[in-house]
Each structure stands twice: as structure tokens, then as C-alpha cells.
Design a protein around this ligand. Sequence first.
Ligand code: PEP
Ligand code: MG
Length: 782
Amino acid sequence: MVTQILKEEGILSLSQIRREMVDLAGGKGANLGELLSQGIRVPPGFVITSKAYSYFLEYNGLRDKIVSILKEENSSERASERIKGLILESKMPQDLENMIYTSYDELSKMAGKEVFVAVRSSATAEDIESASFAGQQDTYLNVRRSNLIEMVKAVWASLFNERAIEYRKSKGIDSAKVEMAVVVQKMVNSRSAGVMFTLNPADGDPNFIVIESSWGLGEAVVGGKVTPDEFLISKSELKIIDRRISKKNLKIIYDPESGRNKEVIIQNPESESLSITNEEALELAKLALKIEKHYGMPMDIEWAIDADLKFPENVFIVQARPETFWSSKGRNGKQEAQREVTERRVLIKGLAASPGIASGRARVLMDVKEAKEFEKGEILVTKMTDPDWVPVMKIASAIITDEGGITSHAAIVSRELGIPAIVGTKDGTRVLKTGQEITVDATRGVVYEGKIVAEEAKQEVQKGGTFSGISRDVLLSLFPVTGTKIYMNLGQPDVIEKYLDLPFDGIGLMRIEFIVSEWIKHHPLYLIKIGKPDEFVNKLAEGIAKVASAIYPRPVVVRFSDFKTNEYRGLIGGEEFEPEERNPMIGWRGVSRYVSQQYEPAFRLEVKAITKVREEMGLKNVWVMFPFVRTTWELNKAVGIMEDEGLRRTSDFKVWLMAEVPSVIVLADEFSKLVDGFSIGSNDLAQLTLGVDRDSEILGRMGYYDERDPAVLRSMKKLIRTAHKYGRTVSICGQAPSVYPEVTEFLVKEGIDSVSINPDTVIYTRRLVASIEQKLLLRGRK
Ligand code: PEP
Ligand code: MG
């Protein structure tokens, strides 16, 4: 029998909920209800209230059982395991189940078909703090009717995550008494989606709303995968002032079969027609105004149009946050900026490769030989960078290139240096002029005319990830311990100082090309020829030792050189030794050099430098890694040369190889017998698995270069499984986990041993990995 209370308050539609109903609907539910009541349309849904949760507990007699488990078990881990098990196994009372289905069926009726829903936890007032502390924010997406009840119970069970129990214990909150609500919301079946701003992002003008729109899910626009359609709408008249149709080459859609989002290439007429109607654009603008009023500040809003519903009920807001670029200037700065920028315009767009904002004078350099002209603080505009450019890049306030994708040299170096960079602009060197004042917004991939960055915003960017005034021990205690090691990528010995306070467990990739091109400057074979081989050995050893001693005893995985022939040619004396190859990217690079008669003497110098660091300087935390390995025979041969120089694998000297040519994955069992561990070079692995030049801005813009492609992910998974069979470790040092949290999640779930990421994502990744591991542990115990 349904009790009266359950009938009235067990389930509430979002439209019945208001801000003050946190105890019944939880924080999330109350907030969504409040937005709806203000006329801000969010996807329709309902809340299974805390009363319903209570009813479920009482119906199954769970309260007493929970109290006694909490008393019996000293370990929160065991308590969590047992209580979660109880909740998941208990029966959903029939009357409550009927009510949930009725509410769900109403959503389906509105849509005219069975809908997918998101099922989210919504913590009540008493528990909001522990919920956010313990990451107890379980959300299950794309849930169907058939697994709805199970997912609701899973969300309830998450109330008893181990860390939540721990946290409540420490605060004296009785876990047996806390309650939870569950929000069930229709997943938007996104026909079109995008972002909008309640000011003009090109110049900060608050009199306009700008809408960017494309087909399918909003990720295509947010992730910069397409050039979106654009609407400029005046706030005062709510009128469309300008409209631009773009060619949209792809869309992202949910694929129910695989249960994942996928990219689909689209053709004309779809690609070249407007992705929203004028009517929809104006409806969005109305919602934007309401949101700006509600929050009292300029907002950056994600929206979507639902294919299942009728206008205007199909126009939804999915996310709203304060706009930060223009708003970060403070009140005075903002006025000044607005006065200054009334006529600013977008000059060019590209791929956002290294986040940050900077203003300055552009300097267009077509050849590194012109580098002398470059002045500190200018913005470097060039075709593409290579190691010769690094000294210039170091003094630039931002970098813009015509070519290259997000794993290009320019992208990798800029991120390491913490300098904003936009790559793949196609014709930046033609459009931008030396001496021109420009602003680079490398978070969004846009270059504006004029100087529009306040000093403090610039400083913000340059601060990087360092903290001051706190001891490293205290600092580290603030970050979660993870089973998966969090390594950092670093090539430039000097910048280690800047990142010392970050919570990393070692350097998972030290690219020595930086030391060679900046410190040594000469080609190693040339130094041998002129009788100065020691110069190479000593400087290389010095650079490596600088990093290894700074972070001792944490390991530094030094990668033997991986210059390509065109890059080696740029070194002093290089031309004599380096052929001109048609495809240096798949040419004489990596191990193929070490085993060649011509380069072998230079490889021996690299080995000597490692020996010097380990033996003479006593830095036993230095390991090595072989790049661009293609075959087992060449690896055997190269290891043989290394051993011949006296460097052998031992328990404290690990030898890794980079898994970046697909042959290493295909023959993972054979390779496992030769080394201690692998590190996935996802930049090259994606390039070679998909047959996509990682520096092609054409393919990059079309979305072909994507480390998340199932073929690439499946290779990584296979490697982890095989390597583990042989007791070998697997790491990853390509850009993928620094850019895509979902890749990190995938790899952690597959059991990767470490991830090595860019300095700017160390903190974020450590937290992310901790939360994934926690979830895995708890799931595993079900
Ligand atoms: C990779 O290929 O993923 C990698 C880390 O090496 P690089 O980018 O230097 O080729
Ligand atoms: Mg590589």
C-alpha cells in the first residue's frame, strides 16, 4: 500500500520543486527546479525524493541492519561493501517502482518514444558536504527503462561509499540517518547544440548575445571540432543582427549500439545548412537573458535542441557558467577593456593547443634564421616549429602556427613552457603582420585584433602550477594517493624548478632533444668529427642530472634521442650527416638510427651520458626508454650496444620501450620478453594506427586525428593485458591523457600502471585518477 506521504512527496516533477526544497529533492534537484521556475528551460525530469529513499529502507528493514553494520565493522571499507551490497540486493517496493515507471513513462510519452535518461545523485542538506568531499556524485547516463530501477538503487548505494562513511565519521554525522534524493532527467536527443555568450566574445560588448551552433551533440562545438554557425543577436530588440553559415564537416552523436558517442562525417546539404532556425536562435537568446539576469553576470552557456520534442519545448539549457575571459578584467579594467576594444575583430582561428591568453606584437618569421629579429614578449607567428625554434619560443608571450595538430612540436613545447599557443590556423603567417598588436585566446583558439588583455590575466597564465610558502610535504598531503602513478612529461631541465611543488611521482618522459638543441646545439657526429665528443656527453649528463637530482629518488625515464632527419639537420654541422628524407616522420628516427653504422657512435655517447649520471653522479633514479621501436631485432641490437657500454638492466635500472609503432602492440608478447616496461606513445600510435599524419591540419580539423578512436584504444588495452601477463609495466606518455580525461579513465580501468602527463594537468589528473580508482574498488567489491 502506498502511504499518503509517499504518494504526495515520493516523486516530484522538476517543475514542482523550488530552491528551498533541498531536504526533499537534494541540492541538484532543488537547483534544477529553481531554474525551471525562473523560465530557464532544463531537460524535463523528476526527482525520487528523500522520502522515497526512506520508504525503501523501511520496507526492506534496512535501517536497523545499516546501524548494526556500522557498529560491527571497524573498517569503513567493509562497512561500505556490506551496506552497498544490501541496498543493491533489496527489493524496490512495488508501489514505489510503479510510481517511478509512471513518471518515466510520462517522459517517454512526451517524446513519443522510449527515452534515455540520466540518473543522478542529489545530496540533501545534511550530506552535501560529505557528498562533494567523497566524490559521491554518481551519475548514470543513457539509462533505459529496463535498467532504471537498478540504477536508482546504485545511486542510493553510493551514499555509502567508503570515503563518504569515513568523512561522516570524522564529522560526527550518523551515516545511518543521512538521506538522498535521485534526479532522473531525459537525455537530450541532440539534433543541434552549441554554446552562447551573453556578450560578444570577440570584443566583450555586453549589448549582444552570440550563439554558436552545429549539428548533433554540443561537444563538436565545445571541443573545436567544427567551425560552427554563428548568430549575433541584439539584447535590446532581441533581433538577429548577423548570421553566418559555416561548412560543418562532422557531427557527434550517441550510438546506442556501442553505448558511446561517435563522430559522423556529414555531407552537403546538411553540412552547409543552418543548424538552428531563426525562431530557435531567438528562443535561445531569451533563455540567455533570463540566465544572465538570474546570476547577475555575463554567462557562458551550453545548450541543445531536442529532436524528440516540439518547439519551444525542445530548446534546453544544459550548462551555464560565468564567462571568464572578459569578466576577469575586474570592474575598472573591464570598462577600459571595453572602451579599448569596441572595434576589435577576430583575425584568425585555429586549434587551441596550449591554454592561456596573451597580448602583444606579432612577429611573423618564416625561417628560424630570422630569429635574431625576435624580441622578448612578442608573439611568434610561423609555419611550424621544430627544435631549432625553442629558444625563440621561450621568450615569446604566445605562439601561432599555420600547420600542426595538438601533438605537434609547437603544441608540446608550448604546454611544457606554459605559453599560450594556437596551431593549425592554416594561414596565420599570411593574415597576421609583423608589428601588429594582437591578442591570443588560446583557450578558445581565437586571435583577436588589438591588445585586450589585462596585466593580471597575463600573470595568471604565467604562474603555471606552482605554489609558494607551503612545504612540499604539506602540499602533497592535500592530494590523494593513487595506485596508478602520476608521472610528468618534461624535456627542458630548467623548467623543473617551476614545477617542483606539483604532486607527481616521477618524470615518465624526459625528451632529451631539448638538451641537444638548446645546450649542445651541435650534431653529435660533428662533435665526434672535430674531436669533442665529451662535450656532448657532459652537457647531456648535466641536463639529465639537473632533473634527476631535483626530484630524487623519484624516477626519471630518459628517452634516447628521437629527432627526425629534418630536425637533426638544423643542428650545427648537421647537414653533412643527415639525408633529406621525403617523410622524416616515418623515416630514420628512433632505434633505427642507433643500430645504423653511421649513427651508432653517437648513440654510444647518449649511453655514456646515462652511465655518467648513474655511476659517477650516483643518480640511480635515472632509467631509459627506447623510442620509435619497430622490430625486435633492432631493439635487441640496440640493447646489445647499450650493454656493450656497460649499462645493463638491473632491479634499479629499468629499460622501457615506447609502444608507438603498431608492430609493438601486435608482437607485444615478444617485446615483453626484452624490457621491463612499455610507455604508450599515443601521439605516434594514433598517427600510425589511423594512417593520419599527426601534423596535418587538414585531417586534424576534420577530426581524423583522434587518440580516442576505438582502434587506438583497443591497441592500448591489448598492450596492457599482454604486458601484464609477462609481469611488465605499462605507462603512457603521449598527449592523450593530458587532453582527454576519458582516455585516462579508460586506461585506469584497464589497469595501466602509470600515466605521464603535461605539468598543467598533474593536479587535475591526480584527482581524476583517485576518483576512478575509488569507483573501481567499490564496484569490484559488489
Ligand atoms: C608519442 O609519440 O606519443 C610521444 C610521446 O613521442 P613524441 O611526441 O615525442 O613523438
Ligand atoms: Mg613518439
